[in-house]
Ligand binder design. Structure first.
Ligand code: ADP
Ligand code: MG
Length: 445
C-alpha cells in the first residue's frame, strides 16, 4: 500500500526513476499517530537530506496520501534516532536507474554507474539534489575526499543528469588545471579581448564545475579570477560545484575569503568504501566488461585494495588485459601473480642490484648466465651496461660490488659502461625511453 502511494506520487509528479530511487523508495512508514504519519528517512541522508525531502516531496506525498486514503495526514519525517523513540527499523536501498549520456562530459560517469555505499551516500544524494534543482538546492556544492574515491565521477553525473533533464542549460566542466592554464594564457597574451573571452566563457554558464580546486591554491591570479567568477555566478543563482581532496578549512594557504565562500553551500565528503561497497563496485565492472572472474578473485582484490577505487578498477583492467592476451581462464594463481605489483604485501619491493639485473635480463631477453658471462657481443654487452647504469643510479652500492655481481668485472669496466649509457641517455631518445621503461618495471611507483 505504501509502495502504491509512492508509485502514484512518482507517476503524478513525473519523478524520474533515479530521484524516486534516491528519495522516495528508501522512505518507510514508521508509525501513525492519530493524524500524524511518521515517515522514516534513512540515517545516511541525515538532517540535510531530510530537509531536502521535506521541501521537495512533502506536499506531493501529502496530496496523494489524502487522495488515496481520504485522510489528511500531517507528515513528519524522522531519522532513525528519533524514530527509535517511536519504534522502527531502518533500511537502506541502493540506487540504480537508467540515464542517457551527454557529450563534453564523460558519458559513462552517471548516477546509475555510481555504486552507492555508506561511504558516499551523503555525497551522492547531495549531488542528486543539486542535479535536480541546479542553483537552488545547495550552492556551491563542495565534494571532498581522497584520491580515487569517486569525486570526479559524481561531478560528471551531475552534469550529465542536468543536461539530460534540460539540454538547453549551459554546463561547463573543467579541471582546475585547465582553468589555471586558461587564466595564465589570457594574462600572457596580455590583451583585453583574451580576458573578456575567458570571462565570457566562465561567467555565462548555468552550471560551473571545477574539479580538484585545491590546485588553485597559491596561484594568485587564478584565485583572483576564480573569486570573481564565483561571485558573479553565485549572485546570479547559477550552480557551482567544486571538488577537492580536503575540506576548505584544511586548505591552509587558501585565501580566507575564498574558503568562506566554499562553506556557503553544502560540503559533502566521500570516505573510503567498505568491503561490501568494494565488492559491489567490482561486480558492476566485471558485468560491464563481460569478464568471467570467480568470486574468490574478486574477494582477493576487494580484501587487498581498500582505499582507492581507481586502483580497484586498475586491478580488474590488468586481469582483463591478461585474459585478452592469453585467452585462458583466469585462475586464482594467475590473478595473484598478475596483481603482485598492485597488491603489495605491505612494504614496497626493495630495489636491489639483483632485482635490477633480473629485470634487465628479462626485458632484453638475455639469460642471467649471459649477463654475467664474458660474452662481449653487443646483444649481451649492452643490456649488461644498462644494468650497470641502473645499479649505479638506483642503488647506493659501490662500483666494485656491481662489478662482482656482473661476473667479476673491475670497477673501470663498470665505470666505462655507466658512462657510455649516461651519454646515450642524454643524446638518444630511444635509449632514454628504454631506460625509463625498465626503470618503471623495477620500480612501478
Ligand atoms: P576521484 O575524482 O575522487 O579521484 P574518480 O571519480 O576519478 O575519483 O574515480 C576513480 C574511478 O573509480 C573512476 O573510474 C570511477 O568511475 C570509479 N568509481 C569511484 N567511485 C565509484 C562508485 N561509487 N561506483 C562506481 N565506480 C566508482
Ligand atoms: Mg578526480
Amino acid at each position: 500500500k505504501w509502495e502504491d502511494i509512492l508509485q502514484t506520487v512518482k507517476e503524478e509528479h513525473e519523478i524520474t526513476q533515479i530521484s524516486f530511487d534516491t528519495w522516495l523508495k528508501p522512505l518507510e512508514i514508521c508509525t501513525v499517530d492519530d493524524h500524524k504519519l511518521y515517515i522514516l528517512v534513512p540515517e545516511e541522508m541525515n538532517i540535510t537530506g531530510l530537509k531536502y525531502i521535506t521541501r521537495r516531496y512533502e506536499l506531493p506525498l501529502k496530496v496523494t496520501i489524502a487522495e488515496m486514503t481520504g485522510i489528511e495526514y500531517e507528515l513528519v519525517f524522522v531519522l532513525p534516532e528519533e524514530a527509535k523513540k517511536l519504534k522502527t527499523s531502518p533500511k537502506k536501498q541502493p540506487v540504480t536507474s537508467e540515464l542517457a549520456e551527454r557529450s563534453n562530459l564523460n558519458p559513462s560517469y552517471t548516477f546509475d554507474t555510481f555504486v552507492v555505499g555508506s561511504n558516499n551516500r551523503f555525497a551522492q544524494s547531495a549531488s542528486l539534489a543539486v542535479a535536480e534543482s541546479p542553483g537552488e538546492a545547495y550552492n556551491p556544492l563542495y565534494i571532498y575526499g581522497g584520491p580515487g574515491l569517486g569525486k570526479t565521477h559524481l561531478m560528471h553525473s551531475i552534469g550529465n543528469f542536468i543536461l539530460e533533464q534540460n539540454p538547453d542549460l549551459r554546463v561547463l566542466y573543467v579541471t582546475s588545471e585547465e582553468f589555471t592554464n586558461e587564466v595564465i594564457e589570457s594574462i600572457r597574451t596580455g590583451n583585453a579581448t583574451a580576458m573578456t573571452k575567458l570571462r565570457e566563457k566562465y561567467r555565462t554558464v548555468d552550471v560551473l564545475m571545477i574539479d580538484d580546486i585545491q590546485f588553485i591554491i597559491g596561484k594568485e591570479s587564478t584565485q583572483e579570477e576564480f573569486f570573481h567568477t564565483f561571485n558573479v555566478l553565485h549572485a546570479a543563482g547559477k550552480q557551482i560545484i567544486l571538488t577537492s581532496d580536503k575540506p576548505p578549512k584544511e586548505m591552509e594557504t587558501l585565501e580566507e575569503r575564498i574558503q568562506s565562500r566554499f562553506e556557503w553551500g553544502l560540503m559533502a565528503d566521500i570516505g573510503v568504501p567498505d568491503y561490501e561497497t568494494r565488492m559491489a563496485i567490482l561486480r558492476r565492472k566485471v558485468e560491464a566488461d563481460e569478464m568471467d572472474l570467480s568470486d574468490d578473485i574478486l574477494n582477493y582484490i576487494a580484501t587487498n585494495i581498500k582505499s582507492n577505487i581507481r586502483e580497484l578498477e586498475g586491478a580488474l583492467n590488468k586481469l582483463l588485459a591478461y585474459s585478452n592476451l592469453v585467452k585462458t581462464e583466469i585462475t586464482m594463481d594467475i590473478a595473484m601473480k598478475e596483481l603482485q605489483n598492485i597488491i603489495t604485501p605491505d612494504k614496497p619491493k626493495e630495489i636491489t642490484p639483483q632485482l635490477i639485473i633480473e629485470v634487465v635480463s628479462e626485458h632484453c631477453q638475455i639469460s642471467l648466465e649471459q649477463m654475467i658471462s664474458k660474452n662481449r657481443s653487443s646483444a649481451v654487452a649492452r643490456p649488461r651496461q644498462i644494468a650497470m647504469y641502473l645499479c649505479k643510479n638506483m642503488t647506493n652500492i659501490p662500483l666494485e660490488s656491481i662489478g662482482k655481481l656482473l661476473g667479476g668485472r673491475d670497477h673501470t669496466t663498470i665505470m666505462h659502461g655507466v658512462n657510455k649509457i649516461t651519454e646515450e641517455y642524454e643524446t638518444n631518445e630511444n635509449t632514454r625511453t628504454l631506460i625509463e621503461t625498465i626503470k618503471k618495471k623495477i620500480n612501478p611507483n
